[in-house]
Design a protein around this ligand. Structure first.
Ligand code: C2E
Ligand code: CA
Ligand code: CA
Length: 610
């Protein structure tokens, strides 16, 4: 190879190193421009083969043609009916030179008709990758031209470098695709979605930006019964339906599991987003053939919008998620739009997450006590400790506002220990003052607490610490917990072994079967206030309460009615055989000072009512 050609090849190599997907075509054109001069030819082209479609595609050419007709006769050329020169490109493996002499007269005529030039010579070198011809580099002289071996070697060397670039760009594209897309569905993945949404929510971008979060209903049961393959199939079909239905109008991705995100590319307000959600709900809903059966799954959709420059991607997705949660809670197969109420709920939850730990440490928690009264005499039989949180900005919070959050952030154990210790300490104080020696103390226990390994040990330590006899303590566990697990039973048995009493709270809400109840180590049933509140009006509730009391008698359990608000309810309960009760008619939850006074007195006033 002549030294100057050597330099040419090296220069091309250096230029191509810098190329990426976006710059490759323009850079190739520049190189062709230089090579046309170097080889003293009139034109040059770079083409890639698409073997699946059996076409050769124009990538770059020099000089660029003006007035290109549509379709471009030199653009995508199908091999099948290409003229001989193009046809050769499909499987070319070595450089070839086509000169006027061997060209058939017919071909010469055709070329002349096309560009008015009678004589033309072409040299072409293949782009090769692993023995496959992936394209061609060609030079055209509108005249006869001889090519030396050195020149042909240089052309082939340059063609090889174009082939390497082509391979590298394909690999890079693939990597980029994999980094941004989900394996199962080829939709965008979480990373890409967040990136896109971040861009859309940048200051100065057009808004509002809508986000639709879709979740297939009850896909888990499908996985459980038909195997994961069928769940995957479902997800793929849903993805396809979304893609087909939305085309380029939306960015569609999968967040994971059976959760999809749709982001309209144009600004869209909540109303339009809801309309879109409604359309998608119907389109995704169709049946899918799985294992010879057609199975249908509905979909739930949460809708939220974000304002560019104000909201972040994760905030908007979180809102859509909150809305989705509501749709799911309401039974699924529906669309929920993020609302003000959800905002309040969410900010309360965030607040609790941030401050509850500190609240426990700072003694910002306090206990109120709800007396349990003998309906026959008005005597106080027990008190139930109910936790409150004096929140720095929100005032006194009821447990419903923070117990759930505490459980979700693993604070239930700590919170529960605080409640149990504080209540037992209070009980010991009352006893020391001689106010009510036979008082039963009831304390609520959350499911998360119960299943911790050393729960019974903790209880035992606290009893020891305050010299409290075990039977004076009754732990209340809500009924829904019992349905679950053997772990619960173990925890309960360990506590019962200590001599501590156990109550099923909110009885009637968890559908415990009779047989199940019999096998549990419980002493007391507390009838849920939901049945007691409307006892006077509701025949159905009366039936449930009557049979629950009967059940308790049959199993020799104590029974307590919650939520007694009227004298009629109190009368009916007595009539059915239940004399233990709590409720606003008897007493509201009271603080420790009021509780001490009441316990000293031993009974509520003005009872029984006249
Ligand atoms: P619960 O154990 O069923 O407690 C009874 C709830 O019903 C209390 O609400 C009480 O104020 C209310 N209540 C009592 N009588 C009446 C009535 O006549 N009418 C009406 N409408 N309501 C009445 P509170 O204090 O807001 O407690 C709510 C729930 O929070 C409790 O339900 C209990 O499940 C939970 N909880 C309270 N304290 C604790 C605790 O220390 N630990 C755990 N894990 N849960 C607690
Ligand atoms: Ca309770
Ligand atoms: Ca209850």
């Amino acid at each position: 190879m002549a030294p100057s050609l050597d330099l040419v090849v090296t220069a091309v190599a250096t230029q191509l190193m810098a190329a990426d997907t976006n710059t490759a075509a323009a850079l190739s054109q520049c190189i062709l421009h230089d090579l046309v001069a170097v080889f003293d030819v009139d034109a040059s082209f770079l083409r890639h083969n698409d073997h699946d479609a059996r076409v050769t595609k124009l990538v770059a050419e020099w000089p660029p043609r003006h007035d290109i007709p549509d379709p471009d006769p030199l653009g995508d050329v199908a091999f099948e009916n290409a003229d001989p020169v193009f046809a050769i490109l499909e499987h070319l493996t070595e450089p070839i030179v086509i000169r006027p002499d061997p060209i058939t007269e017919e071909y010469g005529d055709r070329v002349e008709r096309a560009n008015g030039i009678p004589v033309i010579s072409i040299t072409t070198a293949p782009l090769l990758a692993h023995g496959v011809t992936t394209g061609a580099l060609g030079f055209i002289k509108f005249d006869d031209r001889d090519w030396t071996t050195e020149e042909l070697n240089a052309v082939q060397a340059i063609a090889s470098m174009f082939a390497q670039l082509q391979g590298r760009l394909i690999a890079e594209d693939r990597l980029r695709f994999l980094a941004d897309h989900d394996d199962l569905t080829n939709l965008y993945n979480r990373r890409a979605l967040i990136g896109h949404l971040d861009g859309r929510l940048g200051a100065g971008q057009p808004g509002p930006v809508s986000v639709l979060l879709l979740d297939l209903d009850r896909l888990k049961t499908l996985n459980d019964y038909l195997g994961h393959g069928s769940g995957d199939k479902f997800i793929q079909v849903a993805a396809e339906r979304l893609r087909d239905s939305l085309g380029d109008s939306c960015v569609v991705g999968r967040l994971g599991g059976d959760e999809f995100v749709v982001i309209p590319v144009k600004p869209m307000d909540t109303d339009d987003a809801e309309t879109l959600a409604d359309r998608l709900r119907h389109e995704v809903n169709g049946g899918v053939a799985v294992g010879g059966e057609v199975i249908k799954r509905t979909v739930s959709i949460g809708v939220a919008t974000g304002a560019p420059g104000i909201d972040s991607a994760s905030e908007v997705i979180q809102r859509a998620d909150e809305a989705l949660l509501d749709a799911k809670k309401a039974g699924g197969d529906r669309i929920t739009v993020y609302s003000q109420e959800m905002f309040a709920r969410q900010s309360l939850r965030t607040d609790v997450e941030l401050h509850l730990q500190q609240g426990i440490e700072d003694d910002a928690l306090t206990l109120h006590y709800l007396p349990e009264v003998d309906l026959r005499t008005g005597q106080i039989l027990a008190v139930e400790a109910l936790v409150r949180w004096l929140h720095p900005t929100r005032g006194l919070l009821s447990p419903d506002a923070f117990i759930g959050v505490a459980e979700s952030i693993n604070l239930a154990g700590e919170l529960g220990r605080w409640v149990l210790r504080t209540a037992c300490a209070q009980w010991a104080e009352w006893r020391a003052e001689g106010v009510h020696p036979s008082l039963t103390l009831r304390v609520n226990v959350s499911p998360a607490q119960l299943v911790t390994a050393n729960f019974a040990d903790e209880v035992s330590h606290i009893l020891d610490e305050f010299l409290m006899p075990a039977p004076a303590l009754c732990l209340e566990i809500t009924e829904s917990v019992f349905q679950d697990v053997e772990v619960t039973r173990k925890g309960l048995l360990a506590v019962q072994d200590l001599g501590v009493k156990l109550a099923i709270d909110d009885f009637g809400t968890g559908y415990s079967s009779l047989a199940y109840l019999k096998s549990l180590p419980v002493d007391t049933i507390k009838i849920d206030k939901g049945f007691v509140l409307r006892l006077a009006e509701d025949e159905g509730d009366r039936a449930i309460v009557r049979s629950t009391i009967g059940l308790a008698e049959a199993f020799q359990l104590e029974v307590v009615a919650e939520g007694v608000e009227t004298t009629t309810a109190a009368d009916l309960l007595l009539q059915y055989g239940c004399h233990r009760a709590q409720g606003f008619l008897l007493s509201r939850p009271i603080d420790r000072v009021a509780a001490k006074a009441l316990l000293k007195h031993g009974r509520i006033d003005d009872w029984p009512p006249k």
